[in-house]
Design a protein around this ligand. Structure first.
Ligand code: NAG
Ligand code: NAG
Ligand code: NAG
Length: 474
């Protein structure tokens, strides 16, 4: 019940802002490498058996992929601030040190706060370059801007590990000024978008693995938990999982429906066109042409879209009204209305739970809705589909063929929602099962940014706002 929530409620509304010539910055998930000692599930055993067999075949030359060791990996996620963001962990340097990072499919740079950080990092763990024998400073300045903050520092390269994968000479940024971005225990952000939007110009960690044939299957997948409607939610809860190189069949049911990324949107964000929207069973127009393009973004908390279409959604909700002040662009509606919105991307219709639509009570009987109006740059996607939607599906980000897949959550996934008895994972360093080396040509900032995205540079403000609502009125 909302009335039993603490005095201060966090309604985190995500956003990304893109300013030229430095792009995105979002929010994410963190990862965690855990070694399980006892009680292997059938899945774990299957994964072990597969990797054991393929490892042996590679060692003895019996495998067609004997030069590259293929593998899979899972990171357990943490749900921070009642679904405000989802983070996992990576390990940096030699010897490896682990850090929590937001996992963000809506940007493509990796950055962490450095130990010389002078602003905005006082409460978070920071990376110490002098502690790593493989660290190289490229002396190239780096900056990223968000709707509500920014991070700046210098590009460097070092070994990066996650979920059992290791990439040598990965370019990332060590930041010394971080404004309004990091909340303890998160130290940075891992971009999982395509190289074309990397402000560093470097090939993203995941893309090196995808192109280097280190993965069994060329894809990554997310299962995200819901705690937003749970009254006794702690600031950190079990967040679900992020996998690389495979989909975990225990976490979804039925088929995964893959929809191809439009060719004109290649090498940028993970984009799909929204082809249909229904609210309370009634159809709403998603717009036309490029206006229907949506970035599928794990680093954004809510769902943003064009003002006209968002207004059409709330027109179906009696008693709703446009917010003002801090809530500009947002809508308020009667908390006792159960709102069901469904989105389709060319195939099935995927329903957003009324529990996710209801972000937060803001005054007696009045709640903040999870869909809000925003304006993006001309060539950036008009819609940003974040965790409000993604908590309702198993989502797969497939490199080749470039597509995004959704499937229904399994009972095992659903059982994690609101389960405060589950432990949030802690950042750990796993053992490496497959390794790759990043390309060496990575240090030309923006060299790979598609022209149309660069042109749009100015204003992809998707709104990164952290709103603290004082519940004076309950
Ligand atoms: C797949 O998901 C199940 C259910 O959460 C989990 O127990 C299992 O360890 C996962 N398998 C792998 C290989 O990550
Ligand atoms: C990297 O090089 C830049 C430019 O020379 C410098 O400002 C920065 O302090 C260096 N960073 C580290 C961690 O050595
Ligand atoms: C949260 O929402 C889910 C899905 O609608 C529902 O099953 C669950 O009962 C809700 N939990 C609470 C505590 O209201």
């Amino acid at each position: 019940m909302l009335s039993s929530l603490p005095l201060f409620l966090v309604a985190s509304i995500v956003s990304h802002a893109f300013a030229n010539p430095t792009p995105p910055a979002p929010r994410g998930l963190s990862i965690n490498l855990q070694r399980r000692i006892v009680s292997r599930s059938v899945d774990d055993l299957g994964a072990w058996a597969k990797s054991h067999r393929e490892g042996l075949m590679a060692k003895y030359g019996g495998s067609p992929s004997s030069k590259t060791r293929r593998s899979t990996g899972t990171n357990l996620l943490t749900n921070q601030g009642a679904d405000s963001s989802f983070f996992g962990s990576i390990a940096l340097g030699t010897p490896a040190v682990s850090f929590n990072v937001v996992l963000d499919t809506g940007s493509a740079d990796l950055w962490v706060a450095g130990n010389t950080c002078t602003k905005g990092c006082s409460t978070v763990a920071t990376f110490n370059p002098s502690g790593s024998s493989t660290y190289k400073n490229s002396s190239t300045p780096f900056q990223i801007t968000y709707g509500s903050g920014s991070a700046a520092g210098a590009l460097a390269s070092d070994t990066v590990q996650m979920a059992g994968f290791s990439v040598a000479s990965q370019v990332f940024a060590v930041c010394d000024v971080v404004n309004n971005v990091l909340t303890d225990p998160v130290s940075g952000l891992l971009g999982l978008g395509f190289k074309g939007i990397a402000s560093s110009g470097a090939t993203p960690f995941w893309q090196t693995l995808a192109t280097g044939s280190t993965w069994d299957s060329p894809l990554m997948a997310f299962q995200l938990t819901r705690f937003v409607n749970q009254s006794n939610t702690q600031s950190l809860e079990a967040g679900g999982s992020f996998t690389m190189g495979f989909v975990n069949n225990s976490l979804f049911t039925g088929d995964i429906e893959y929809i191809n990324i439009p060719s004109e949107a290649a090498n940028s964000y993970w984009i799909l066109p929204i082809t249909a929207i229904t609210v309370q069973g009634n159809s709403i127009s998603p717009g036309t042409g490029r206006e229907t393009f949506a970035a599928i973004d794990t680093g954004t908390t809510l769902v943003g879209g064009p003002a006209q279409e968002i207004a059409s959604i709330y027109a179906q909700i009696p008693g709703s009204s446009l917010g003002t002040g801090q809530f500009e662009g947002y809508y308020l509606y009667p908390c006792d209305t159960s709102v069901t919105v469904a989105l389709s991307f060319g195939g099935r219709s995927w329903t957003v739970s009324p529990a996710d639509f209801q972000v937060q009570q803001v005054s007696r009987g009045t709640c903040l809705g999870g869909f809000f109006a925003l304006t993006t740059g001309d060539s950036a996607p008009s819609w940003i589909v974040g965790d409000t939607f993604l908590k309702n599906v198993y989502s797969v980000f497939r490199f080749n063929p470039a597509s995004i897949g959704f499937a229904s959550l399994s009972d095992a996934s659903l059982a994690m929602n609101g389960n405060v008895d589950l432990q949030a994972p802690s950042a750990t360093i796993g053992s490496v099962s497959a390794a790759a080396t990043a390309g060496t040509s990575g240090l030309k900032p923006n060299s790979a940014t598609p022209l149309d995205l660069r042109a749009s540079s100015l204003i992809f403000t998707i709104a990164a706002t952290l709103i603290w609502v004082v519940q004076s009125n309950l």
